[in-house]
Design a protein around this ligand. Structure first.
Ligand SMILES: *Cc1c(COP(=O)(O)O)cnc(C)c1O
Length: 387
């Protein structure tokens, strides 16, 4: 094929996107991330964030971040293996390991990087990764980078997974799943997955981005929610959602963590995150542990929303978590519903293919402990009026 002008080629792609109604744009958030936000100059009540516990703008975290600046300055300055691993990172790793009741934990800069680093550090050519079809994009990208065989099974389809596990010739076998699925809000059948892993010599990677801080006793996450422990688990959670700051960690035994320190490229070849963030996260962990009312508030709001929308023409997908997707179906209908809510001062994102399967466009309502009963009542009323 003859060469093309890169610029013209890109412009044509963007134009096609625009014509198909698929061009995405960013709203400008002018306030902190809270239930009430200022966006593009207007005030809204928002149901868009993953700040489930309402901590992103908590003044105690700001104070802890300032204390972290006073103690450590602003920049990380070097990678962890050179001289970027500060006391703040180390204390946070120890606190996180205790919190999720694992021997050790390792901090990453983001959840995306943790997934890329861990999956490709643990598997390679000759190994196999088995992944739920609705897993987060970072897990799929990680599997592709690893060079292991990559097998996807239909969402939560244990029979399909078992058929794949039975026939694999792979040396190392890693089953990879979101604990709480980010666009559906349902919880993976962890006990059944673990049982399959035990039967077929596989290990189970759990991405608890949406369960950490929210589910289980004291918010210890999805494994605590199921009251499960096993040395077959490789546990990962993120710190930019319920924990309200940024980053991610992986927890497990000494061998796992030491392997990651030696092999995880997204851990090794990047500058350590500012220690002030790790310092702020120590306070965040204390709040997660101490303030059970935030999880109680969430549970009450979930019940209120589900009861309120029982008579709506659209179905709330089955979910016990703060992710409450309202299944609309068509792309245009979902966009129109989201736009009519925005006109009424309510922000709820419409999620369309390819993020979700064709024909399942939805409004992804996400609840936060920063919401009050009156906020959910307003959303229910607006949705019923739009119907
Ligand atoms: C958000 C998310 C990630 C990525 O975490 P970041 O810290 O935002 O990079 C990974 N996995 C799942 C399931 C997520 O929802």
């Amino acid at each position: 094929m003859p060469p093309v002008s890169l610029h013209d080629d890109l412009a044509a792609e963007l134009a096609a996107r625009e014509a198909g109604g698929l061009r995405r744009s960013r709203r400008l958030l002018e306030s902190p991330q809270r239930a009430r936000v200022t966006v593009d100059g207007r005030e809204y009540l928002a149901f868009c964030s993953n700040d489930y516990l309402g901590l992103a703008a908590d003044p105690r975290l700001s104070a802890a971040a300032n204390e972290g600046i006073a103690r450590y300055g602003v920049g990380g300055g070097a990678s962890h293996l050179i001289l970027g691993h500060s006391t703040a990172h180390h204390e946070l790793e120890e606190a996180l390991a205790r919190f999720v009741r694992q021997p050790r934990a390792l901090l990453f800069s983001t959840g995306y990087m943790a997934n890329m680093g861990v999956v490709s550090a643990l598997t390679g050519h000759g190994d196999a990764i088995f992944a739920d079809r609705l897993n987060h994009a970072s897990l799929n990208d990680a599997a592709l980078v690893s060079r292991a065989a990559f097998k996807r099974y239909a969402h939560n389809d244990l029979g399909a997974l078992e058929r794949l596990l039975k026939t694999t010739p792979a040396r190392r076998r890693l089953v990879v799943t979101d604990a709480v699925f980010s666009m559906d809000g349902d919880i993976a059948p962890v006990a059944a997955l673990l049982e399959l892993c035990e039967r077929h010599d596989a290990y189970l990677f759990i991405d608890d981005a949406h369960g950490f801080g929210v589910l289980g006793e004291a918010g210890r996450g999805t494994l605590a929610y199921f009251n499960m422990a096993s040395d077959r688990f490789i546990y990962m959670a993120t710190l930019g959602k319920a924990a309200g700051v940024a980053g991610a960690f992986v927890a497990g035994d000494e061998t796992l963590i030491e392997t990651l320190i030696q092999n995880a490229r997204t851990y090794i070849y990047t500058t350590a995150t500012p220690p002030l963030l790790a310092h702020a996260l120590l306070t965040s962990l204390q709040i997660i542990l101490a303030e059970e009312w935030r999880r109680e508030r969430l549970r009450a709001l979930i019940v209120q929303l589900r009861e309120g929308l029982a008579a709506a023409p659209w179905m709330l997908m089955s979910s016990d978590t703060p992710i409450q997707p309202l299944l609309v179906g068509g792309n245009d209908e979902a966009l129109a519903l989201s736009a009519s809510l925005a006109a009424a001062g309510l922000l709820v994102p419409a999620i369309r293919p390819p993020t979700v399967p064709q024909g399942t466009a939805r409004l992804r309502i996400s609840l936060s402990a920063d919401h009050e009963a009156a906020d959910v009542a307003r959303l229910v009323e607006a949705l019923l009026a739009a119907a």
